[in-house]
Structures are given as C-alpha cells and as structure tokens.
Ligand binder design. Structure first.
Ligand code: HAM
Length: 429
C-alpha cells in the first residue's frame, strides 16, 4: 500500500479543533445509548424526526435569542453562494419547532412528541466535555401546557438515564416565570447587581444591560460573590406560574423522583418560560450538566408561528458516554476467526466466512494466509470467540480444529457439515 509514501511527502491533515472522531472501539457505547433512547422514547409515545444540519441564521437568532452567548459568539454562521446567511445548528429545539410549523403537524394532532439524535455545533472553547461538534439526544413535546407533561418528560429522561446505567445523578429544577412576571424579577435582579457591578466580569457588565439573568450562571469567582444574596426568581413568579410549578413538583413526587430546587438555574437559551431543569453528574468535572431542558411557551411565536407551548430536553451524548462503565458488551468482537494454511484451505475458509456473513455472524479470516502463528496472534488480538484452524494436514483429512478462545478447549470437527456445526456452537452457546 502507498499510504506511507503519501504521508512522507505531505503534511498530515488533522481534524478541526473541537471536532472528534468516534472510533470503532467506542462506537458500541454510542449505539447502545442511541438504541436505548429510541426504545425508551418510543415507549413513551415519541416519534423520531430528522431535521437539517443547516438552517437560516434568523431561526436561531430569533428562537434562541440575540442576547445569548450561543447567538452572540458561538454560532458557525456563513454566507452561501446565493448570499443567504446560514448557520450550523447549535441545538435542535428551534429547528424541530420550525419543522412542526412548516409541515403543519398540528393539523394532524395538536400534540406532537418528537425526538431527534445528531450533531450540534457551537464555537466554544474546547475542553473536557465541551466540544465544537457534539451530539445531542433531544426530545420535545409541542402543544401541551399542562404541568403533567413537564413531569412526564422529566420522568422519561430519568428513566432513560437509569436504563443506560447512570444512577448517581442530581435532578435540579427551577421556574423561570413567564412574560408577565419575569420582567419584574429582571428589574429587581438588575437593581441588585447594579450596586455590585464593580465586581462583575467584563462579560457580565455587558449582560447587566442585555441579559441580567445570565449573570446568575457566570462561573467567574468575583461574579459568584456579587450574586450572593441576589433575589430568587421563584419569589417573584406570578400566581399562575407558581401553581404550575407546584403541580410539576407534585407530579414528580408521584413518579417517585427526587429533585433539588435551584433558584439560580437560568439556562443559556432565552426561550425558556416556567419549568427549567438540568441533570448534573459530579463525576464530570466543570462541564457537569448531562442534560438541560425546560418549557418554552413563546418560542413558536418568536419564530413567526402560532401560540403553541412546548417542553423538552437535550442530553449531551459525549458527557453521557463518558459516564458509562468501560465494561464488556460494548465492543463488537468476531464470533469466529478462520485461520487457514495453503491455497485450498484458504478458499474453503473464504467460502465458510462468506456463508456466515449472510447469516449475520461476525467472522474474519486472514486474506494473505500468513503463518498459523501470526493468524492465531491476530485472532487473539481481535478477541475472536472461536478460531477454526485449517492446518494443512487436518485439511487433507477433511477435518479442522475448532478452538474456544475463552475456555482454551479444542475439538476436531469434520469439514462436511462444518457450517451447521459452527452455527450450533456460535449461536447455540
Ligand atoms: P443546552 O443546555 O445548551 O440545551 O444543551 C443540552 C446539553 O447538551 C448540555 O446539558 C450538555 O450535556 C450538552 N452540550 C451543550 N453544549 C455542549 C458542548 N459544547 N459540548 C458537549 N456537550 C454540550 C439545549 O441545547 C436545549 N436545546 C435543550 C432543550 C430542548 N430545551 C428544551 N428542549
């Protein structure tokens, strides 16, 4: 192969910073998480939707909010050859809402339960658990403002996280109020922070005018000091919002879910109203949110649609996968490796492996027919469960040796009917 020569002559091309390859050794975990999500979500009545990776920039600017970090400085935005401003999706909620409106899914059934799985893009400073391309599993319910749905969505999320094997997680919830009551809280908070503005970082000085709630979320130490004792949003929410929140808590308790009230949780997207929630893992370090979500009753209007309520969440897949145990079951190893010596034996090996492939059995052979020792080394490295050995002498006798690589036991089997014998051993075990 010429690969080495090409490498010598040219500079090696590497992936872009913050963009990761997910290699075959890891992919089993990803597939397990995705399959579990599909199974759990479908069971809760959700259907998959696939949305484009590129959208008009306006969708996110209006949907997520101009004064958010995402829209202000994290979007991958460019002008296409026709002069349109397009953006790689930084999240899925706005796109799903757009698709629901565009295809008038509400005319079929006003309630839509949708999920999607795929990559999102944000120009953030890469670090452990924070990337520029990252994957989300996103679930949304459109068309219901009943607090029962808030609890149901959270219940599904926690059930899913438990099903993939995560236990030590913390569910935090808050209510962010609505269009009517939040402005009053915003003013209170602004007044409180203005008196302490000398302590705020440069970004938060700016946020004081554009988006004071976001200051509650700032990790800079002096900002953390400045917000100590700040008014709590839940003390300012209106009667309707309070009732809604009380009922969410009641339904969560009915589902047996424990939670922590975090009145400082504000979320990084502007569309939220009322219920907001995060699931935190303290095993993750500074980027500790595995999931973020909440209710957004104004998003549809912001993107030019009808007055439709919504609620949902997105799980960060890199963070979730990093919490899974390294245990077995995630990596796919061959069920069989056929080690053959000599042209005739190699042809027979090819015939057997091809037949097994048609039956969906993962089987490998060494195409070059190298020495038996090197073929056995490879079978060992690939962690094959069985090796079928065609030594020249056995092959002439119409027989082969089948070795169980776990128990190290072996048996001689006739070549006649070999496929059936193999299937019995491999599938029958
Ligand atoms: P978000 O909090 O921005 O919310 O993201 C949700 C999750 O995606 C986070 O909790 C985290 O696990 C993961 N995540 C976010 N940014 C990164 C990154 N740069 N690298 C790795 N993982 C990341 C949303 O995106 C909302 N659309 C969630 C939602 C759906 N709200 C209602 N419906």
């Amino acid at each position: 192969m010429e690969v080495r020569g090409i490498k010598d002559r040219m500079t090696e091309i590497k992936a872009i910073r913050g963009f990761n390859d997910i290699l075959p050794g890891e992919i089993g975990k990803w597939q397990f998480v995705e399959n579990t999500a599909r199974e759990v979500f479908e069971g809760f009545g959700f259907s998959e939707i696939r949305i484009p990776i590129l959208e008009r920039t306006e969708l996110f600017a209006r949907g997520i909010g101009e004064a958010t970090d995402i829209v202000e400085k994290e979007m991958y935005t460019f002008t296409d050859r026709s002069g349109n401003s397009l953006t790689l999706r930084p999240e899925a909620t706005a796109s799903m809402a757009r698709a629901y409106l565009e295809h008038q899914l509400h005319s079929f059934d006003p309630v839509a339960k949708l999920y999607c799985i795929g990559p999102m893009f944000r120009y953030e400073r890469p670090q452990k658990g924070r990337y520029r391309q990252f994957y989300q599993i996103d679930a949304e319910v459109f068309g219901v403002d009943n607090p029962m749905v808030d609890a149901e969505v959270i219940h599904m999320l926690i059930h899913f996280l438990r099903r993939v094997g995560l236990e030590r997680l913390e569910l935090q919830i808050n209510s962010l109020g609505c269009r009517e009551c939040r402005p009053r809280y915003r003013e209170e908070l602004k007044g409180f922070l203005t008196k302490r503005s000398f302590r705020l970082c440069e970004d938060c000085q700016r946020r004081l005018e554009t988006n004071p709630l976001r200051i509650l979320d700032c990790k800079v130490e002096s900002c953390q000091e400045a917000i100590a004792g700040a008014p709590k949003v839940t003390d300012y929410i209106c009667e309707q919002c309070r009732k809604h929140f009380d009922r969410v808590k009641e339904y969560l308790a009915m589902a047996g879910l424990s939670f922590i009230l975090n009145p400082r949780m504000v979320r990084g997207l502007d569309y939220y109203t009322r219920t907001a929630f995060e699931v935190i893992s303290y095993q993750l370090g500074s980027q500790n949110a595995v999931t973020g979500g909440g209710r957004y009753d104004n998003l549809f209007q912001e993107i030019g649609g009808l007055d439709i309520p919504g609620i949902g969440f997105a799980v960060g897949m890199e963070r979730l996968v990093s919490l899974l145990p390294a245990g077995k079951g995630f990596v796919q190893n061959p069920s069989l490796f056929v080690a053959a010596l000599g042209d005739e034996a190699l042809k027979e090996a090819y015939r057997i492996v091809s037949q097994l492939h048609l039956e969906g059995i993962r089987a490998e052979l060494d195409y070059e027919g190298k020495s038996l020792k090197s073929q056995m080394r490879r079978a060992d490295k690939l962690k094959a469960r069985y090796v079928l050995i065609f030594g020249e002498e056995e092959f002439k006798r119409g027989r082969a040796v089948l070795r169980n690589m776990e128990t190290k036991s072996q048996e001689e089997i006739p070549l006649q009917g070999v496929l059936n014998t193999l299937k019995k051993r491999i599938i029958g075990d």
